[in-house]
Design a binder for this molecule. Structure first.
Ligand code: FAD
Length: 280
């Protein structure tokens, strides 16, 4: 039998870490408990973060939005700050798993699992999000692209947690788009996904672009060359094809049970081509 500890505050959590230094934390448990059940993980105890109010909710400070790490996907789908300022993240969360998974799963769990197929990650990379890490010693912040090192590995230290995610309100973009290609429409891990933030001038020319791909490399892939190639051009076939060719060079996907690497490479470019349809 393994202990499950449910601290009710951050101060209680720091004490739990002192008592059980080898314990694993979880929020919704939709990733971690699957690993425990399959015998892939064998922590001495489990610490559940779900009762810690400081880790929940969405708030606004200055021009930034702070999302508590233990906010569930369903809570984020209903939150007015997310719907009005971060539609690209909303679109990604809407397609995660099933209603059951979205009720239990949290944004913090999705980030800390550090899977290149994690659906919140491409939007958070495109939004240049920062993570806020907390421990007994205090808190520190870093860009999400620095936090995630490789599949399943982050810069979290022992007895440190992800407390929240910070995103500057992306007012400079007037087009938010997320698309995931999976083997079916629901309960599907992404074969490839793409988040796109664009500012289009009144004549349709791209003035600014921020793009990120999921399941296209060991971590989320960005492609500044493709962003640059779109500047000053409309979202029409020729410029999109030129940028898509750059994306196919930048990605480094693997072959696995869901798709082979060549297919993923083609689809990563095709997702960009599909931006032409978004405006129709
Ligand atoms: C049937 C099914 C379908 C799924 N479909 C999708 C999908 O379509 N898209 C998708 O992206 N994911 C999917 N997932 C994966 C999972 O549901 C999500 O990644 C979810 O967001 C994980 O959140 P959680 O709170 O349940 O994480 P948990 O399982 O609680 O934790 C996951 C990992 O993060 C760590 N962790 C969690 N919170 C913190 C924190 N605050 N600080 C430090 N470490 C923390 C845990 O130690 C663990 O290593 C699916 C899972 C299942 C079971």
């Amino acid at each position: 039998m393994r202990d499950v500890i449910l601290p009710g505050s951050l101060n209680e959590l720091w004490r739990c870490f002192e008592d059980k230094p080898q314990a694993a934390v979880y929020a919704g448990g939709t990733d971690l408990l699957v690993g425990v059940r399959h015998g892939l993980l064998n922590p001495e105890a489990l610490i559940c973060l779900d009762r810690i109010e400081e880790l929940k909710g969405v708030g606004e400070r200055g021009g930034s939005i702070r999302i508590g790490s233990c906010a569930t996907h369903v809570q984020l789908l209903d939150d007015p700050l997310i719907t009005s300022h971060l539609p690209v993240l909303w679109q990604a969360i809407r397609g995660i798993g099933s209603p059951l998974v979205r009720n239990m799963g949290t944004i913090g769990g999705n980030i800390c699992t550090a899977s290149p197929a994690g659906d919140t990650l491409p939007p958070l990379y495109a939004l240049r999000a920062e993570v806020e890490l907390g421990s007994k010693e205090g808190s520190r912040r870093m860009p999400i692209a620095e936090f995630i090192m490789r599949p399943g590995a982050t810069r979290l230290q022992r007895a440190e947690i992800l407390a929240g995610v910070w995103v500057k309100k992306p007012g400079e973009y007037n087009l938010h788009h997320f698309e995931k290609v999976g083997l079916r429409n629901a309960l599907a891990c992404s074969v490839v996904s793409m988040a796109a933030l664009l500012r289009l001038a009144p004549d349709g020319a791209v003035e600014k672009a921020s793009l990120a791909w999921g399941s296209a490399g060991p971590t989320i892939v960005t492609c500044p060359e493709a962003e640059e190639a779109l500047i000053g051009k409309p979202l029409s076939t020729e410029p999109l094809q030129e940028a898509a060719a750059l994306v196919r060079k930048a990605v480094s996907p693997i072959s696995d049970v869901r798709a082979d690497a060549d297919y993923r490479r083609i689809v990563a470019g095709n997702l960009l081509l599909r931006l032409a349809n978004v405006l129709k």
